[in-house]
Design a protein around this ligand. Structure first.
Ligand code: ADP
Length: 166
């Protein structure tokens, strides 16, 4: 039987930190589904479709990575996909509390779930999508922080934002 895991998140946009988690889990699992959450409570920079495209572009070299999106509860999505392993990344201690509560609540709702927390590599521990957006909006160089295939997509989006007065 294929060993499949789901890596859920906002990915607004995907960063080298996310990529590290995807790279490493793609070596452990037969298939990894990177699932973009359609979260109405956040105002994203990229639409769900755009975020999925950026992930596809960044993971072209990994044949066992699939990109998808979901709405609502992760546990319902897991049930629908018939998958029970979830991968999440851990940066600092500050991530732990949130990830721990989420894993516990999900396990209560869906006892079959196994949440695996993968520790970030030190060099990525400071990386977050929101820092990258801040740097890019303030004309900083983001090339060391995101996959090279998507740098121009991010700068283009910032220019569009400026043009539309956002
Ligand atoms: P969410 O809104 O669900 O936290 P994110 O896209 O911010 O979505 O993060 C998705 C997952 O990736 C989370 O588990 C988060 O901890 C992890 N992650 C984010 N940045 C990094 C990083 N630099 N290194 C390792 N894991 C990361």
């Amino acid at each position: 039987m294929e060993k499949i895991c789901i890596y859920p998140g906002s990915f607004d946009p995907i960063t080298n930190g996310h990529m590290d988690i995807i790279d490493r889990s793609s070596k452990i699992f037969d298939k990894i589904i990177v699932a973009v959450l359609m979260n109405a409570s956040k105002t994203p920079m990229f639409s769900v479709e755009e975020r999925m495209d950026l992930i596809r572009k960044s993971t072209e070299h990994l044949p066992n990575v699939e990109v998808d999106s979901f709405k609502g509860l992760l546990v319902h999505y897991l049930e629908e996909k018939n998958v029970n392993i979830v991968i999440r990344g851990l940066r600092a201690v500050s991530d732990f509390e949130h990830e721990f509560s989420m894993a516990a609540l999900n396990a209560h709702m869906y006892p079959k779930i196994e949440t695996i927390l993968m520790m970030t590599r030190t060099e990525n521990s400071f990386l977050s999508s929101s820092f990258i957006k801040d740097i890019a909006r303030n004309k900083g160089d983001i090339k060391d922080f995101v996959p090279s295939q998507i740098v121009s997509d991010i700068t283009k989006k910032i220019q569009e934002e400026r043009f539309s007065g956002k």
